[in-house]
Design a protein around this ligand. Structure first.
Ligand code: FES
Length: 179
């Protein structure tokens, strides 16, 4: 009788141990599978290079001339699924002062993101969407709903090449907040 009880207890123990070990092994195997099927949940959706992007030869930007619009073409842009080379991530207005200082403003209007143009007539930047205007130094003028001036991009000059660090900023707020 006592022997039967011991056998039952052993069987119950073995059953529980089998279920326990099986459950742990199943969970360990399932984690990578779940991750695989959920990919790219939790991954950054789009990334642009943080490194400065070459936009022009320094000699091509004439001191004291009107600003020129230049495309910003990144070598590598990655989203959750793909990587693409030579992608136009934006554009900027570039000018060089008489003293040789180069400035660049993103062409994205800080109001709602339309593309800002240069006005020869007014010698300033104008947004065609809601008429915001910006001085050559990027400061907001009185007209239009934009809450801040144009967003400057960091400029570096290396071995005769002008490079900008591309950056996007949150629209329609008075502070400059990178996104
Ligand atoms: S988007 Fe430029 S003024 Fe509205």
């Amino acid at each position: 009788m006592a022997e039967k009880k011991t056998d039952d207890a052993r069987r119950r123990f073995m059953k529980r141990a089998t279920f326990g070990i099986g459950g742990i092994m199943g969970a360990v195997t399932a984690i990578p599978l779940v991750k695989y099927f959920l990919h790219p949940v939790g991954s950054p959706v789009v990334s642009t290079p943080d490194a400065p992007i070459d936009i022009a030869a320094e000699s091509d930007i004439v001191a004291g001339a009107a600003p020129v619009r230049l495309p910003i073409i990144a070598n590598g842009v990655r989203d959750a699924w793909n990587r693409a080379d030579n992608v136009a991530v934006g554009s900027c207005w570039v000018s060089k002062s008489e003293t040789g200082e180069i400035t660049a403003f993103t062409s994205v209007c800080p109001h709602l993101g339309c593309s800002v143009s240069y006005s020869d007539k007014n010698e300033d930047f104008r947004c065609p969407c809601h008429n915001s205007a910006f001085a050559l130094d990027g400061k907001k003028k009185d007209n239009g709903p934009a809450k801040r001036g144009l967003d400057p991009l960091k400029v570096t000059v290396e071995e005769g090449r002008v490079k900008v660090t591309y950056q996007r900023f949150r629209n329609d707020i008075s502070e400059r907040e990178p996104v």
